[in-house]
Design a binder for this molecule. Structure first.
Ligand code: F6P
Length: 534
């Protein structure tokens, strides 16, 4: 386990961002790094050269490089489930398995991908049909990692959609499936049931509802169902023919799974060629992560900035702020990726941790967030490190003036957070408005921005499939590096189990088939309130 005291001491005496810029004219260049055409600027943080060196030294001490190599080599680093962590194999397009991994594993990945390609092409060119002809709509039923990744990616790649419309249903709230199916034609709809375990209650309930809906009009509804799962025998029990079942191995964590069959909805929407570009982007980030020295390595730097802000400075949350409307589901996707991975409280050996683990991750796209919660980011009492991201160019060339405004807003926010506005500047503004005396003082104080608030900015050329792959792999590896430094298992999720067990036990109670006596008084009261149908 790392000794966190030095980092905390350094962070408690951190300099201001502006002082760092005045001391070092080359700070912007020195505290930024590139991967391909992507630029990561972390100069608007309070990290100075000594802090950076300390963070890098801590990453070395935690053996980040060695652990990284073990992950790519298929070592069972997910120790509590005794599993390898090999989602990177799903985007390995080299044809050669990495050292330590059987070639047959990669061959299997490729052959399943080939089946996905053939199926997607058949659906997209109309050779696979529903009872009513060509498939017009696809409904992906899944939750968590079987939903957030492909749903986020499908939206992100909207300019490339040239296949059937793809919809995502996740919530067990019947409103979700009812609203999605409303207006769809069962005879031209394909349903994908996406579940790694094929036992998740939300997904199985929605899948059954979709099958009932389809059977009202379609004589063989199972023929318009496909499944994505590691539990292939369960898919056949559900009545889905094996030719439309796309399996994957248990070494792919749910929240890391959009690169393989869980990405089928994306592949149907944008076509296999674009999907392969997405994989190539992820793979390019893998190469960068494996081959670039720590001090220029984007996932490592993103992780070190995260560690500095959370474990060093004690900032409990971080905001992810994509100035890219098509990344509007990215914060939700990252919430699962980061918080399910690094929201742990024991070390690998089961002992209690002496440091806080993963931060609360939240966000919304800009500029919308500016008109909602940025007030708190600028003037609230808590410091929220912000992670901005923005494309150099948009897809809508005819609307370039929109893009200019978007970029101006993004850059202005990080500038405003850093610069702030002093009391003297605020007083001058109030004086210009003709105020004086106590009223000038009072009004000026409300217009002070403390400034010195840290942010990073990730700039990418354009939100193409390749770039999306780079961004997602960047964040996956960031989570990995933070997890290694915290000495936690980023690849299990035992914390989701208890709630599931209690929900299963409460279902018969709510249905009046079991007693609530053993429940605590609050739960008993809530149950009896729910049972009153007056
Ligand atoms: O409840 C958490 C979780 O297990 C996630 O880790 C997973 O992504 C999600 O549920 C869905 O699981 P499955 O793909 O097995 O249905």
């Amino acid at each position: 386990m790392l000794d966190w005291s030095k980092l905390k001491t350094r962070a408690s005496a951190r300099p201001t961002i502006m002082s760092l810029f005045s001391e070092n004219r080359n700070r912007a260049e020195e505290f930024s790094a590139v991967a391909g055409e992507m630029l990561f600027d972390y100069s608007k943080t309070q990290i100075d050269q000594d802090s950076l060196s300390l963070l890098i030294e801590m990453a070395r001490e935690a053996e980040v490089e060695n652990c990284r190599d073990e992950m790519f080599a298929g070592v069972h680093i997910n120790e509590t489930e005794d599993r390898a962590v090999l989602h990177t194999l799903l985007r390995n397009l080299s044809g050669d398995a990495p050292d330590g991994v059987e070639q047959s594993e990669l061959d299997t990945v490729e052959s399943i991908r080939m089946r996905m390609v053939q199926f997607s092409e058949a659906v997209r060119d109309g050779s696979f049909t529903g009872q009513g002809g060509r498939i017009t709509d696809v409904v992906n039923i899944g939750i968590g990692g079987s939903d957030l990744g492909p749903a986020m990616g499908t939206l992100a790649l909207a300019p490339y959609h040239d296949g059937p419309r793809v919809h995502y249903v996740s919530n067990v709230d019947g409103a979700h499936i009812a609203d999605t199916l409303n207006g769809l034609d069962p005879e031209t709809t394909l349903v994908i049931v996406a579940s790694k375990t094929f036992t998740t209650i939300e997904t199985m309930t929605n899948a059954q509802t979709a099958r009932d809906w389809m059977s009202q009009k379609v004589s063989d509804p199972g023929a318009q169902f496909a499944a994505v799962s590691t539990a292939e025998e369960k898919t056949s029990n559900f009545g889905i023919a094996s030719e439309r079942v796309f399996g994957f191995e248990d070494w792919v964590g749910g929240r890391y799974s959009m690169w393989g069959p869980i990405g089928l909805g994306m592949m149907l929407a944008v076509g296999p060629a674009r999907f392969l570009e997405f994989l190539a982007g992820g793979s390019a980030m893998d190469t960068h992560f494996r081959e670039t020295p720590l001090a220029q390595n984007l996932p490592v730097l993103l992780a070190l900035v995260g560690i500095w802000h959370n474990q060093g400075c004690g900032h409990a949350t971080r905001a992810v702020l994509p100035y890219d409307q098509r990344l509007s589901r990215l914060p939700a996707y990252l919430q699962q990726l980061e918080m399910e991975s690094n929201g742990k409280s024991v070390a690998m050996d089961g002992s209690d941790l002496e440091v806080n683990t993963g931060p609360v991750v939240w966000g919304e796209p800009g500029t919308n967030g500016q008109h909602a919660f940025y007030q708190l980011i600028h003037q609230g009492t808590r410091v929220i490190p912000c992670e901005f991201m923005v494309a150099r160019s948009g897809h809508e060339v005819e609307l370039d003036h929109h893009h200019q405004l978007l970029v101006a807003n993004c850059l202005a926010q990080s500038e405003a957070l850093m610069l702030g506005r002093s009391l003297d500047e605020a007083r001058a503004l109030m004086a210009e408005k003709g105020l004086n005396g106590d009223e000038l003082e009072r009004q000026a104080r409300h217009r002070v921005f403390p400034g010195d608030r840290p942010s990073t900015t990730l700039v990418y050329p354009k939100l193409t499939p390749f770039v999306l792959g780079q961004i997602i792999a960047l964040y996956e590896h960031r989570v990995f590096v933070e997890g290694v430094m915290l000495d936690i298992n980023s690849y299990d999720q035992w914390g989701v189990e208890l709630g599931k067990e209690l929900a299963n036990a409460l279902t018969p109670v709510l249905a009046g088939e079991a007693e609530a006596d053993s429940k605590d008084p609050s739960t008993q009261m809530l149950v009896s309130y729910m049972q009153f149908k007056g």
